[in-house]
Design a protein around this ligand. Structure first.
Ligand code: FES
Length: 188
């Protein structure tokens, strides 16, 4: 099963087939998560954060290679972190939502940094019971709203990583971060 990372992927209807696929997806997420961390390691290592920075639990990530429609996974304070470069269409999708209708009302602007609204940086931890949602890697299911999908109990997040459907009570958490430059972010 292959999905284009830049294309919204509708959720499959319920039934046995979904449950089987979810198991497959969980396995894929685990493998991709490990791969993402491995890929990011050289970038973080290359930045060589000083000992005092490490002590504060911050991490610098080079995002220069992440193209629109792509995302990378990192590990921050022992938890998965998603860094996503939104396409113009994904930004438009997020901005046209009636915020008042949301379970956890937030605009995309409130969830990103001024001048960097295309960079959606969130923890990769479902706010229901803590599973790792899919959608950050090429081929992963993004759910009915084109953002992230948690296969554990079926939570769907949109292109601003806001909860739109399923049991999760809150949007994916946006950690503290800042842009050190246009291509480097400091998380934490
Ligand atoms: S942990 Fe994500 S939906 Fe339950």
């Amino acid at each position: 099963m292959a999905y284009d990372a830049g294309i919204d992927t509708p959720a499959a209807p319920g039934g046995e087939g979904v449950r089987r696929r979810d198991f497959i997806n969980i396995a894929a997420v685990s493998a991709a998560g490990a791969g993402g961390a491995a890929v990011l390691y050289p970038l973080i290592s290359q930045m060589a954060p000083s000992a005092d920075v490490l002590a504060q639990g911050t991490a610098e990530v080079d995002i220069s290679a992440v193209q629109p429609g792509q995302a990378i996974k990192a590990v921050f304070r022992k938890q998965p972190l998603f860094i996503r470069n939104l396409t113009a269409v994904e930004i438009e999708e997020a901005n046209k939502v009636d915020v008042g209708s949301l379970r956890d009302p937030q605009t995309l602007k409130e969830r990103t940094k001024e001048g960097h609204e295309n960079w959606l940086i969130t923890m990769g931890v479902c706010t229901h019971l803590g599973c790792v949602p899919s959608g950050a890697a090429t081929g992963e299911v993004k759910g009915e709203f084109g953002g992230y999908f948690c296969p554990c109990h079926g939570s769907h997040y949109d292109t601003a990583a806001r909860i739109r459907k399923g049991p999760a009570p809150k949007n994916l958490q946006v950690p503290e971060y800042k842009f050190t430059s246009d291509t480097v972010v400091t998380i934490g």
